[in-house]
Design a protein around this ligand. Sequence first.
Ligand code: WTA
Length: 645
Amino acid sequence: MSELFPIPQTLAARAHVDQPTYRRRYAESLRTTEDFWEEEAAFIDWIRPFREVSDTSFDPADLRIRWFADGTLNASVNCIDRHLPAKADRPAILWEGDRPGESRTVTWAELADQVNRLANVLRGLGVAKGDVVTIYMPVIPEAIVAMMACVRIGAVHSVVFSGFSAEALADRIRDAGARVVITADEGLRGGRVVPLKRNADRAVAAAGGVDHVIVAARTGARVPLTPGRDIRWGAALALADPWCPPAEVGADDPLFVLYTSGSTGRPKGLVHATGGYLVQVGTSWRTIFDWHEGDVFWCTADIGWVTAHSYKIYGPLLNGATSVLFEGIPTFPDHARWWSVIEKHRVAIFYTAPTAIRSLMREGEAPVLRHDLSSLRVLGSVGEPINPDAWRWLHRVVGGGRCPIVDTYWQTETGSVLLVPIPGAVPNKPGAAGKPYFGICPVVMDSAGRPVAGAGRGSLCFAGSWPAQARTILNDHDRFIRTYFAPFPDHYFTGDGVERDRDGYYRITGRIDDVLNVSGHRLGTVELESTLASHPAVAEAAVVGIPHEIKGQAIFAFVTLKSGHPESGTLRAALVALMRERIGPIATPEAILWAPALPKNRAGKILRRVLARIAAGNYDDLGDTTTLADPEAVDEIVRRHRASL
Ligand code: WTA
């Protein structure tokens, strides 16, 4: 496990950051953090330069996260306008549709034109600085146009994953108070149609408060439009003025909201601020992927996740880079789809997730080897720890043994990568998320809340702020403080367990809160449980994660039924359907076990730890069961689980 892969010579020779530079600059960046970020901030075109770099405190009684606060800027100018003089007719986006053969190239000039027009449409609808616009779209160029149009006028985008259900969308529209929703007629994924407009209509009806829905054409299907409310993208943009003056936005004004799951029922809308986010995302993107002018970049994440926000959209746009935007899935129409896209566009940097690699590994090497992947130089991984087997396969088969893998550790909350083996600077160790990024100070805390010195295990925290850090949870600042800053005062707490080895590499050991990581997507157990419990036949439910070969973790549900409701296959199917309907297909349980009673402690708290061990078949090692109120409940569940195998 501790094998070290040396940095390829050809890469090191021209890397932005080499080994000695990393050591020197990292040490400096911790000593004089403000100076470091002040220099990085020169990457951004400011309207009014900032005077104060930062004002930060992680004291829960006096939480302050301010970066470049008195500076002003516009995000879309930094992402688009400033590249126009040199690159107007060069490609910004290489779009590949769900089906091979369907593709589009969007130049910087075309992107600018669409963004300006849509920004004017939004302004015309009364969207003002600070208003939230919800975006529920497939992975098409229009989604990026929508995000950029919002920030051009200082509005705040809230992108909701298009795989989420109407109900999940309604919750997020309501929480954000969005008055405008941007969607498409339909989405396409793996040849299947996703009824986006229909979902949006239901969500808008349920949420209330939405005045307008803008509908882009993806499939061209005839979808019902509500007169006075719904607007066709194409018609509206055709009539709009092609120049929209950019709004002057304060560095600490919000750029976007992005929802993620936490350990309580309600999803959290993390709020990111404009200046700090753009400074850190723009500069770190170039550094951690070692991007050079001319390199084609491809990140496979869906636009609904933070990975896409920071490193598929903002990072490449801020740097004027050409990137691939792929609508489909890796297995459609066959298992070689990704590899054919890499070959077609001569992709140099490919950023993906372990779960996808594990599913493609099963198909063997042949689909990869049929394609010329010699353009690849750097590979990236994100979302969950990459198991060494998947790491080696990605390295050897996809990367031909010559591409370093940047295993990037970060979160929706952190906005930007915090731990990473920078490709020219830190030799790879399979399964380890490398070393801290500049200015980042990781702390391993023991269970007593004391920092571990040197090698050891504990809770992963960070001391000191960084510019791309989220500023709050929308409408719930107390929860923000409670969740991230109260557990270990003066530190940011990630919710992850970690192990630091003697060489200073960090290995993430998994979530230590009630959050599951299914195929790289975060799902809160409480959210899943309350959905199950909302079924009229269900008295109570408990959800745990079980190890899964492809997904990393899968959902295992223990369900107690109300008396008079018999256990049946039909009911099981109804519960699965309920989860898919309420949350989305990613919430599909792998297994449901009927439990006459759930194990609880005397205070009535469900002992999920015990259930997780049962679900994994570790009956002989249930941990501390002395606090159980009803030990027989466990015996019965073990018996049933055994019988179900
Ligand atoms: C996990 C995704 C190990 C971790 C950017 C974290 C990882 C959560 C890695 C955040 C990695 C993400 N190695 N674990 N390289 N990257 N995680 O908010 O548990 O969707 O807390 O952000 O994913 O997920 P999120």
